[in-house]
Design a binder for this molecule. Structure first.
Ligand code: HEC
Length: 172
């Protein structure tokens, strides 16, 4: 657990630097990206083929390693997230590079600690996607709850797991 509690702030610190770049630059970057990629309006994602999850929000990805989820998540990501987080999750720098989301987990030798780390990030990601990010009145990231289903959000996480910069030793 020590490893976990040390690692998570380390990641946040790194993104804090990105956050300090400032809203003006961010807005400018977002305009350029939006102009380049078109799709501005968040779009619902067809999740036919995935087990329905019901109304209760899960805190752990139910689809990890599921090839259908990876495929659906890939298109869901490129429609809804890529304009800020980069096509195929390769960030151009205006928003965090989501291939790195589980990076600090990958370095953990203890499997239990690693699993706990990934679960923590599952919950962190879903909360971020549901509620978006607003600071000092500026919307850095829009909320997706109401647009994307829970199934679509977890499919996107599953896709991001397939794009990890540092693959996990025992990932499905
Ligand atoms: C309008 C641009 C924009 C869109 C669209 C967007 N994001 Fe973000 N996202 C950001 C920014 C900017 C941040 C950093 C927020 C901050 O600094 O507080 C962020 C942060 C995050 C984080 C937290 C990263 C971390 O390690 O702290 C996750 C996870 C995330 N976004 C996932 C997504 C997913 C998944 C989608 C698509 C469903 C998405 N975002 C769509 C701009 C966007």
């Amino acid at each position: 657990m020590d490893q976990l509690s040390n690692a998570v702030p380390a990641r946040r610190d790194r993104f804090l630097i990105a956050k300090r770049v400032g809203a003006a630059l961010l807005a400018l970057g977002a305009c350029v990206v939006v102009a380049a990629h078109g799709n501005v309006t968040p779009q619902a994602v067809d999740t036919t083929g995935l087990a329905p999850l019901g109304d209760d929000w899960r805190s752990v990805n139910p689809y990890s390693g599921n090839p259908t989820a990876i495929e659906i998540g890939s298109s869901g990501f490129n429609q809804n997230c890529a304009r800020c987080h980069g096509l195929e999750a390769i960030s151009g720098g205006i928003a965090p590079d989501l291939r790195r989301l589980d990076n600090e987990c990958a370095g953990m030798k203890d499997k239990a600690a690693r699993d706990a780390c990934v679960k923590d990030n599952d919950d962190y990601m879903l909360t971020t996607v549901r509620h978006g990010r607003t600071r000092n009145g500026a919307v850095y990231m829009p909320p997706f709850e109401g647009t994307l289903s829970q199934e679509a959000m977890w499919a996107i996480k599953t896709y991001l797991e397939s794009r990890r910069e540092k693959p996990l030793p025992d990932a499905p």
